[in-house]
Design a protein around this ligand. Sequence first.
Ligand code: MF3
Ligand code: CO
Length: 239
Amino acid sequence: MRKACKIAAAARALAGQMVRPGVTTQEIDKAVHDYILSQGAEPACLGYNGYPASACISVNNAVVHGIPGRYVLRDGDIVTVDLVAKWGGYHGDCCATFPCGSISAEAQKLIDVTKQSFFEGLAFATRGHRVSDISHAVQTYVESNGFSVVRAYVGHGIGTQMHEEPEVPNYGAPGHGPRLLPGMTICIEPMVNQGVSDVRVLKDGWTAVTADGKLSAHYENTVRITDGEPEILTVNEGF
Ligand code: MF3
Ligand code: CO
């Protein structure tokens, strides 16, 4: 699982380096696909419930599950790349939102708050806490910064399956849900909207966009619960 996660994290970093004006989202998807295969792993999103690509690439008002295609990235876009590598029967899942060229101060704040909200949640990913302690910490931080958390999609357990129990929402009161124990592996993945939290799915059947057309950002790591500090498994050691 550690190896699957390292491959996923390196693919995320590779994708992030490619984000610049003039690049198409399908070029980034192809690089992710080829890199994951080059490491002897599988791009687990490809074919998952019929999903047609190796990475989900969600631009600006797209929240999750954007399908890579001919869209040419423009200066000022924010670009979320979400991907899963499977190696040795185990999954590694991670994502981040990257700026394309120079972005607005508000867009940068959205990216920064989203990433920090992951770490606010991570602080509760320790033995004995309950799942919703993570949820509550994420929501509190996001809302105190004037943004909203998406409720239609949640984080999740991960292992031999991409999505396992428990669900890890980014909202809710603390003290609920399963108790965290060493050895559990979960994906903490705040999806944060600039405006309203509501989303709708486009006619392609996949791309979820914000209901009000405002921006959305996403940040995710696969995390292992330990006896002490949580271990972020999706760490990039180079590609
Ligand atoms: N990586 C996403 C997650 O965080 C799942 C991708 S959906 C898929 O759970 F269909 F593309 F696989
Ligand atoms: Co995930």
